[in-house]
Design a protein around this ligand. Structure first.
Ligand code: DAH
Length: 330
């Protein structure tokens, strides 16, 4: 019996304890063998023998239960330890993306005009001669077509060189009054510090019944827009030429780098050109079959705005996809 206690104590896992249980308490176990001897014990001693055996059995059972509890607890602890997650472990934060500065600038421009009750229109990037040139008063052999180096496809279609064709598409699809901006991607064969073959423009067009809008409305809204985008700058309208507007004006702001003193960025003029604009040319209305209307239009390059607002010196860097540059604009 001594060695049975020792066996129970020595079991070092629930599995080995289970083996010991069978050996000690099982049908063919050590205790059963002892109880079997009862029948050979002489009558008067039977009672004391049985009582002794029962006491030993109870002691062994108590010992077994204690050992079982110990081993079960150890096993649970080992399992918990093995499955534990260390929540104090340093986890690498996931990277957050951000809008590209050109798209962010585009959004800011759109937000201004939407607040001014302009609707947003879009058109295809692959255009035809009619919408991109002809209807905008740029007939086939007009010298102004040389100003825009165009990507042509073999079939005569082309990558739009400006967002102005959306003016034509909108006027053909809708009736006046019209009050739209057309943000979009445009293409020209150009590549240097301030030009990339793909860039973005926002076009604007307002058409009302004859006499209801004039150059004064154009001047007001563009001045307000430029103050909204660039803060307290001077704005000037400089006579210019566009085939689709008459009169036409280019719009300058006082240089935001030197505050009008004159520097390298503004070519020592104190001014930065930021917009083209004008009163819609009657020939444009004729091309879309409009009569008895007047309107104004404007167009701007989004990259130029982004460069000025973020003081980016080389436009090309915006499209190289270098994450180190883009991260600066988060
Ligand atoms: N389409 C012109 C360009 O790409 C920009 C422009 C100038 C648009 C004057 C206009 C405008 O609507 O009135 O350079």
């Amino acid at each position: 019996m001594e060695n049975l206690s020792a066996k129970i104590e020595a079991a070092d896992s629930l599995e080995s304890l289970e083996q010991v249980r069978v050996e000690v308490f099982g049908k063919k176990g050590a205790l059963a063998a002892e109880f079997a001897k009862l029948k050979d014990v002489p009558g008067p001693e039977k009672k004391a023998f049985a009582a002794g055996l029962n006491t030993q059995k109870a002691d062994l059972q108590a010992l077994f239960d204690r050992r079982h509890a110990e081993l079960a607890e150890a096993a649970l602890e080992a399992q918990l330890k093995a499955e534990a997650i260390d929540v104090t472990l340093y986890a690498q934060a996931s990277e957050r993306g951000a809008l590209h500065p050109v798209m962010e600038t585009m959004d800011a421009i759109i937000d201004y005009f939407v607040a001014m009750n302009f609707a947003v229109e879009t058109g295809p990037m692959v255009e035809d001669d009619f919408h991109n040139f002809e209807a905008l008063n740029l007939p086939k052999f007009h010298p102004a077509r040389d100003m825009q180096d165009t990507f042509y496809f073999g079939d005569g279609s082309l990558l739009r060189t400006h967002t102005s064709p959306v003016q034509i598409r909108t006027m053909l699809a809708q009736k006046p009054p019209i009050r739209i901006i057309a943000p979009g991607t445009v293409f020209r064969r150009d590549y240097d510090l301030t030009h990339t073959p793909m860039f973005h423009q926002v076009e604007g067009l307002v058409v009302e019944e004859e006499g209801k809008v004039s150059f004064a409305n154009l001047k007001y809204i563009l001045t307000d827009f430029l103050h909204h985008m660039f803060g307290d700058v001077d704005v000037r309208f400089r006579p210019s030429f566009f085939p689709f507007t008459e009169p036409s004006a280019e719009v300058d702001i006082s240089c935001i780098f030197c505050e009008g003193e004159g520097c390298r960025v503004c070519s020592h003029t104190g001014w930065l050109e930021v917009l083209g604009s004008g009163v819609v040319d009657p020939n444009v209305f004729k091309a879309v079959g409009y009569e008895g209307v007047s309107g104004y239009a404007f167009g701007l390059g989004v990259e130029r705005f982004a460069m000025l607002m973020h003081k980016i010196p080389d436009l090309r860097s915006l499209f190289e996809g270098d994450i180190r540059l883009l991260e600066q604009f988060k």
